[in-house]
Design a protein around this ligand. Structure first.
Ligand code: GLP
Length: 241
């Protein structure tokens, strides 16, 4: 895994945007794998600025998001579909019909999750995947557990994640307890992976990830070691050399 240490949040956002914009400029039909959470917000802001400066065109770009809360409509401000529209899709010329976020209201979740993976395959796979990391080492919503799913699945969120994400909701009770998430296998199929982490609260997990040399379901991000093209971009606050 390649490591890039930037000075601050602004630095990681610019770096990630540089990489994404150059990938889109090299392949106008690219399929992006996108993430939510507070970490990629700065990257999306940078991308919007570059789009406005006419440095990049998204008219033929497709995207797949990693995860979504079960039970939330896309119009709910806490849904990841809403987040993506607000932070990126509404501000660039991507065709919304080409943006896929798992449907938290799907009736038959089991068959829906299988269809999501199939759709990614049919679209030619993800060219570059953006990831954040949970303070417990989760990627997307693949939580530390005895077993991890290979493909997209429905997962129960851990107390730790529910608490971490409660800041976006009015109360702890409102945080959904289950989510649809791309699986570790679906994530590892992306051709290139960028993992972003910022701030002191990520320092412990980044240290653990960088020092780790075993594959363990206790640290879902450890499976990234199996991928040949992973870049971790952290700021100084998240990195202790
Ligand atoms: C959520 C998302 C993850 C994200 C993580 C970290 O749980 N499902 O995809 O990486 O939060 O979020 P943040 O960037 O806000 O720390």
């Amino acid at each position: 895994m390649k490591l890039i240490v930037e000075k601050d949040y602004d630095g990681i956002s610019k770096k990630a945007a540089d990489i994404l914009v150059s990938e889109v400029n090299n392949n106008s039909n690219i399929t992006l794998g996108l993430a939510t959470g507070s970490t990629p917000i700065g990257t999306y802001k940078e991308i919007v600025q570059r789009y406005k400066a006419k440095e990049v065109d998204f008219s033929n770009v497709k995207s797949f998001n990693l995860d979504e809360y079960v039970g939330l409509e896309g119009t709910n401000p806490n849904s990841y579909r809403y987040f993506m529209n607000e932070n990126l899709f509404d501000h660039i010329n991507i065709d919304k019909a080409n943006t896929y976020v798992p449907d938290g209201k799907a009736k038959d979740l089991n068959s829906y999750t299988k269809e999501y993976d199939k759709l990614i395959e049919e679209m030619g796979g993800i060219d570059i995947q953006i990831l954040g990391i949970g303070t417990n080492g989760h990627i997307a919503f693949n939580e530390p557990a005895r077993e991890l799913s290979v493909g997209t699945s429905v997962v129960h969120l851990t107390e730790n994640t529910i608490m971490d994400n409660a800041r976006f909701f009015k109360s702890l009770e409102e945080v959904p307890k289950t989510a649809i998430t791309m699986g570790i296998g679906s994530i590892l199929k992306a051709k290139k992976i960028l993992l972003l982490a910022s701030g002191e609260n990520k320092r412990e997990i980044i240290k653990k990830l960088l020092e780790n040399d075993t594959l363990t379901t206790d640290l879902p991000a450890s499976f990234l070691a199996l991928h040949p093209d992973v870049t971790i971009i952290v700021d100084e606050a998240a990195y202790k050399g």
